[in-house]
Design a protein around this ligand. Structure first.
Ligand code: FES
Length: 161
């Protein structure tokens, strides 16, 4: 999948909210850029490095160290299937298979129209709800392949309205 073009104007508007040359702003800048763009494109990181006066390699190092930062484009919606032990034994692999089939992508990928990213995670500490799917930040416990299929179907319907 090729990355969508980066709107440098949006990047610069985010950077303008942070004082130039202040290295202590680094994490805040990365958070704000990701909130704006849904991921951290290379061009945005390069501009941020020059704005903050830090070496690009340092900025890339920080962005890749923290799991919460994403260097690949992500969809408008995020569907996360928990594959931790408790969810796994309660059928999480079938949920991933269902979502992969419905969306035509593999876990870790984004649909070509950039509408949805399918991810997996290893336990978010809500094991009693398993198998668990987190859809745009909302927890859906005791998930079944049918319910997940309907959730994904709703999204496809919205997109065609
Ligand atoms: S294993 Fe899924 S929330 Fe813990």
């Amino acid at each position: 999948m090729s990355a969508p073009p980066v709107d440098i104007g949006r990047v610069d508007r985010v950077l303008a909210r942070h004082p130039a040359g202040v290295q202590g702003e680094l994490i805040n800048v990365l958070h704000d850029l990701q909130a704006e763009l849904r991921y951290l494109p290379r061009q945005a990181l390069e501009r941020a490095a020059s704005h903050l006066g830090v070496p690009e390699a340092h900025l890339f190092g920080v962005a890749t160290f923290y799991e919460g930062f994403h260097l690949e484009p992500r969809g408008e919606h995020i569907c996360t299937v928990c594959m931790g032990t408790a969810c796994h034994v309660r059928g999480a692999p079938r949920l991933v298979e269902q979502a992969e089939r419905d969306l035509g992508i593999r876990a870790g990928q984004t649909t070509p129209d950039m509408r949805l990213t399918l991810e997996t995670v290893n336990c978010v500490g809500a094991c009693a709800l398993g198998p668990l799917v987190i859809f745009d930040g909302k927890y859906h416990g005791n998930m079944t392949p049918d319910r997940l299929g309907r959730l994904i179907g709703k999204l496809a319907k919205k997109g065609s309205e």
